[in-house]
Design a protein around this ligand. Structure first.
Ligand SMILES: [Zn+2]
Length: 325
């Protein structure tokens, strides 16, 4: 989430560095080196990239960032970027790196509400030292590829720890109209590189849970799917075993007699009904023909129908059970 955020602790910075594989060294005393008492530190809104502007050995640059220079007390950044792509942990807390800048830029970075570049700075009215982390990279002209990668990785680690995107990263030249650093670095590209790095680390970190990848040879099913199905099938098989009855083994001759009697009774009921239907049918035919209804004839027809149906049913039942009645 873009917005203002509580500054990271030393432990959180180390954890972020570990997650992103930032190569770093802790300059002794860094955890208490800051400009406390000279203004706020936090809430923070972003990360600012600088360069020192000289090609002196890294040791000389580092000393300036730690101790400051005439008229500008140190520390001059929280982070230092070596030629060999190691990041120095210089300080923790407020540092003299951003100076004053443009409130419109501050709002745009805080809200990450701009496209490729934040608005052109044309004011120097708000303090940036309390709102931005600062990286001083030890170079004057063009970054070396490895050094550039380490700058991107550092910014990505800090942004990720805050839930920011690359849009929370600006160059000093985007904050103040009197500053040229970090020189030739195109900050829009830098921000895209930060986003790509955050995405890469978060999609490849083994400590974070990721969705299982289906094995194409399993028809799109994962091994977890197959294990679940196997387990369910075993349970269903168990239930089937429990209800399975072998009729040929368990059916005794007595059972056969009982079944035959039951079946015969049901068939007699069915035959009686069939006979009644036959008798009624005869009566209806007589009525339809205007011949009146002979009740004796209807009763006789019903009786005959019932007997015929009964004979048929019993013969069928006997065949079915294969027993002698
Ligand atoms: Zn600067």
């Amino acid at each position: 989430m873009p917005g203002t955020s509580t500054p990271l602790t030393a432990a959180q910075i180390r954890a972020a560095f570990k997650k992103f594989g930032v190569k770093y060294r802790e300059v002794p005393g860094w955890e208490t080196r800051n400009r406390a008492g000279h203004g706020a530190w936090g809430p923070v809104v972003g990360f600012m990239v600088h360069h020192t502007g000289d090609d002196a050995p890294d040791t000389a640059d580092r000393n300036v960032i730690i101790n400051g220079r005439t008229g500008l007390p140190g520390p001059l950044a929280q982070f230092g970027g070596n030629d060999d792509d190691t990041i120095d942990l210089i300080g923790l807390g407020r540092a003299n790196h951003a100076g004053t800048g443009d409130p419109d830029v501050l709002a745009a970075v805080r809200d990450e509400s701009y496209a490729n570049y934040p608005p052109q700075p044309n004011q120097k009215t708000v303090d940036g030292n309390g709102r931005f982390y600062g990286l001083e990279t030890y170079y004057s002209g063009k970054t070396r590829p490895k050094q550039y990668a380490s700058m991107v990785n550092l910014a990505a680690a800090i942004c990720d720890a805050h839930g920011w995107t690359g849009k929370s990263v600006i160059g000093h030249k985007e904050w103040s109209y009197t500053k040229p650093d970090p020189g030739s670095v195109d900050m829009a590209q830098f921000r895209r590189d930060v986003d790509a790095r955050i995405k890469a680390v978060n999609s490849g970190t083994p400590s974070k849970p990721t969705a299982p990848t289906p094995d194409p040879s399993l028809g799109g099913l994962t091994m977890a799917d197959i294990n679940t199905l196997t387990e369910q099938l075993a349970r269903i098989e168990g239930k089937l075993d429990a209800v399975k009855v072998d009729v040929s083994d368990d059916l005794t001759k007595a059972d056969g007699a009982t079944l035959r009697n039951d079946l015969a009774w049901q068939n007699r009921q069915a035959a009686a009904l069939a006979g009644q239907v036959a008798g009624l049918s005869t009566a209806l035919t007589s009525l339809a023909a205007g011949q009146g209804v002979d009740l004796d004839a209807v009763a006789a027809a019903a009786k005959a129908g019932a007997q015929a149906a009964l004979d048929e049913k019993i013969a069928g039942a006997v065949t079915q059970l294969n027993v002698t009645p």
